[in-house]
Write a protein that binds this ligand. Sequence first.
Ligand code: FEO
Length: 396
Amino acid sequence: MNKYAIPEISENVFWVGSKDWNRRLFDALIPLPQGTSYNAYFVKGTEKTALIDSVNPGFEKELEGKLEQIGNVKELDYLIMNHAEPDHSGSIPYIMSLAPEAVLVTTEKGAKMATMYHNIPEERMMIVKQDDTLDLGGKTFKFIEAPWLHWPETMFTFLEEDRVLFSCDFFGAHTAFGFYDDEVEDLISLAKRYYGEIMMPFKGLALKGLKKAMDLDPLIIAPSHGPVYRNPGRIFDEYKKWTHGQTKEKVIIPYVSMWNSTENMVKTIVETLTSEGIEVCLYNLTNADIGDIARDLVDSRAIVVGTPTLLGGMHPVASHAVNLAKSLRPPFKYAVALSSYGWGGGAINQLQGILKNTKLEIVGAVDVKGPCKEEDFEKIRELGMELARKIKEDTE
Ligand code: FEO
């Protein structure tokens, strides 16, 4: 009886990846509520064999076991590295040590990274460029450069006969659950969250990458994290919206409050926006999941930040969230700041400083000493109405 379940996603194309059910953080930053998977694929031609990407360090033995179950790892001919980040390349040195004839196939920048991270000698690398092909015997790979999805060296690999697109991080999702896209109920939410965290900062290149992927007209998309798409149109439709930066009549409101003053301000604008039919995503930053915030930044048209002044500036939890949001380069267009302070302000100035090099229009700010009085709440309601008007009038 076989030790491992090894799905065959197309004829002689096998998933040999690993599921990391227990991982709860990525990049020491992003929560992974459902863990993740490191998808690697083994392709068997009539003449040669290839492994596409590898697995996170710590899963090398599992990968070796899977390769042994369906073939002979010592006879592996090619190891295709679509991306040099260690969650996919980390097991390459181990596999190459087992397979003495195996050659690493990657882009020029990928080769430099393989040297830097893994000391792979030049004579064991094959550099490929846009539209180069590699024939395993009845299984022909075409390589497509896809820079910055998610590092500068990244490429896609397309298996022409089977029309399988190995897109690495692009179209990925962090989840260990399910195997095919139609088996994961909340997949689009997870994929959107992943897009917000990983691809949104490179939106222009993601748009180009999407076009390249769609032009290939794949039957299957096999990314490096999360489910395999046997319905590529499903994720293409979402990526079309996300990479074009399409926003909705939606406001994301990350906030933190120490003595409820800022929270009362935030709740007031939530009521106003909601009564105007605007979708609101409210996140108390003391218990929010940054991945959820990244997801809702993908299509929010505006952001409202609520923060008290603490030690002359923004509450550190709020400044962290705003700096992160700015780094992710979401397509939002409008901002509002709400703040309260006890004796001297400072949060609003700091927030405006962080946002000043963005294209955001700061619609207004309300800064209140102590708890809000009725006239302060009225100012917030007016500001909320102004924000709602701008959001609704913005037809993109
Ligand atoms: Fe999944 Fe950019 O590595």
